[in-house]
Ligand binder design. Structure first.
Ligand SMILES: [Zn+2]
Length: 117
């Protein structure tokens, strides 16, 4: 599964998505909605970002790879929102980069690479 790396709204430079079993602890997960199209969930104990759910991909849930026990288990497939990255962040992994979202982002009209704020 290709996964995305981005900076917008994450506070970090990397973001990837995968699926994991639900092992409980839902009562300790908190949520906020930083944009009109997304909801972020985080650990209410330590503040670690956990998931991102976006309206244009309603049937999927992005999981913050940094929250996994083994972040190396998931490999990225591309970098998004590079126009928002600091000058010193230039990926050297050879993966495709995009100034905003990919032109073929699932759930968006073909060629659309931005979302409303
Ligand atoms: Zn925590």
């Amino acid at each position: 599964m290709p996964t995305g790396i981005g900076i917008r709204g994450h506070g970090v430079h990397h973001r990837s998505a995968t699926s994991i079993p639900d092992n409980g602890g839902a009562d300790r997960i908190l949520a906020f909605t930083p944009t009109s199209f997304s909801e972020r969930r985080y650990c209410g104990d330590c503040g670690t970002p956990l998931t991102i759910h976006v309206a244009h991909q309603a049937d999927e849930l992005d999981i913050a790879v940094g929250s996994l026990d083994d972040p190396s288990a998931v490999a990225p497939g591309f970098h998004i929102y590079m126009s928002h990255a600091p000058d010193w962040l230039r990926p050297l992994d050879g993966l495709p980069t995009f100034d905003e979202l990919r032109p073929a982002t699932r759930g968006l009209p073909e060629g659309k690479t931005t979302l409303p704020g």
